[in-house]
Design a protein. Sequence first.
Lengths: 358, 300
Amino acid sequence: MHERQSFFTTKQGVFTILIVILAILPLLMSDFQTNLLGRFLAFAILAVGLDLLWGYTGVLSLGHGIFFGFGAYITAIYITIESSGGGLPDFMMWSGMTELPWLWQLLSNPVAALSLAILVPMFVATLLGFFTFRNRIKGVYFTILTQALVLTMVTLIISQQQYTGGSDGLTNLQTIFGFSLSSPQTQLVLYFLTLIVLTVVFFSSLRLVNSRFGKVMVAIRDGENRLRFSGYNTAHFKTVVFTLSAGLAGLSGMLFVMQIGIVTPTMIDIIPSIEMALWVAIGGRGTLLGPVFGALLANTGSTYFSESFPEVWTYLMGLAFIIVIIYLPKGLMTIGDKLTKKRRGSHANQSAGKPTKL
Amino acid sequence: MEAILLQLFNGLSLGSILLLIALGLAITFGLMNVINMAHGELIMIGAYAAYVVQLLFLTYLPEGMFSWYFIFALPASFLLAAFFGWLLELSVIRHLYGRPLDSLLATFGAGLILQQLARTIFGAPNVGVQSPTFLAGTIEIFTLSIPASRLFILLLVAACVGFMFYYFYKTKSGMRIRAVMQNRKMASSLGINTRRVDSTTFAIGAGFAGVAGTVLTLIGPIGPTLGTAYIVDAFMVVVVGGVGMLIGTVASALGIGMFNTIFEYVTNASMGRVLVFILIILVLQWRPNGLFHLRTRSLD
């Protein structure tokens, strides 16, 4: 950090201001709006994780929907068991089941369920990462494989009607730890919980990218071969970042499902997975702060427009993709950069971990 | 025995459809290193072109002529999809050479717009296209009765692949395309207009997507999201086959189609998918660059 730079123009500063605003907002908003914003905050956690992978390490995963989905589904299964008070959930009875399957019984333990919601996505990511990165399958090839992973897993989830509720998903989510999910108080607690988690994730990620490990990540993005020839095993680094990022997606899914109270396969399919990449792209890759704004703005816009003008919204989103990718490769953060540059004159060398090449 | 033969034929049939879809992708991906996610929407455009031609025949021509619509639908869908592809190259992809991941996202956006366009024009529900009568029945081969449409698709795909091989390996412009694929800078310095090669090739690839769309009308109803169901599979075909090698695409499409059918027959549809995915990952352990690939000494 530049010494003369004021705190409020650094990433930490801007993020702190954002968090303060977000902490005050529930006072001014209806319960419904607070709940909605809470979900977007959960998305922001995922966006930060995706930025670590894509923005800093240069590996694009279009499979984050499924990691998010694992987190959401596992949490939802736990909540369903709790909500049905030890009995069988409705959809299982309709499928002719007589007792809880063993996997579900395992997930009826809150500690197991909440930790698996993060560990399962990490495990899947490690597996896929290990088998692809070690063969130097990279770039678009890896991205296509992650898409295939989503397609495969979503097909599997839909087909296992008796365990997952099929294409209807899990809908009967009522109570968590004895608190009603529909009560505004519970939702407010979850809102602040999500906000705290986002803050912790953001500052830890910032530390990570400014550390030695973070330098290696950026080096992988900018010149993987050079790094390999210098003796680094880039495959290990990429697997670790991919795993970490998948874990954050699982965490995000967990917090999301508690706030929305439903999970369906359409929420985690190919298209939502690509939209997640759009949040990061809109905000600005490789900035950490940008993706947080990207996730909040894109989802606010999406909610507003898709309710008011559903047809126009699809056109707008398509155009947003094209324009941001072609003309604003660094996303909205470009605009922020320009503003601070103007104010600080020639002090253009900003925060350390900022990439120059995307 | 007959059941097995029928499964083999089904595998071949699925493989041929995948191949037809992946042909266009293989070219654009191999040539320009561009991921065109809107390829699925080009397929959709081809399918709707066939639908419109069919409607025109139903409305304006006597009933006896109806079956001939298909003969017109094929070139119509090729031309329309090629036109859209050319437009896409000009407006979006041109800016994204050398940035494959970005091209993936931008063309996904373009795909969303095309989908919504179809929804605005034709409505969101699926529409059915009536197959021509000469493709409606079944054909007896030895003891197997095979749907005529499936057999027709197989022959059509074989013809398309034959044409591609001829075009790529026997004509001047095919040679130029291969030259640009192998070494863009060298080709350019030898006087090849690489921009023109790019846009022509992209349009041809898009045209084949259109043909694939017409073929899909024979299989089931079509809708604005027709393409999304096939696009990921088609990309897998290209990845497994090896980029820039037609023969690789052919081998991998038929292989994936075959294994998909076998796995589905032995287990069920969704487990079949999972097994195919695992198989693909395993194949890539053995051949990380795909089944066939150009041998080069470059790093990436």
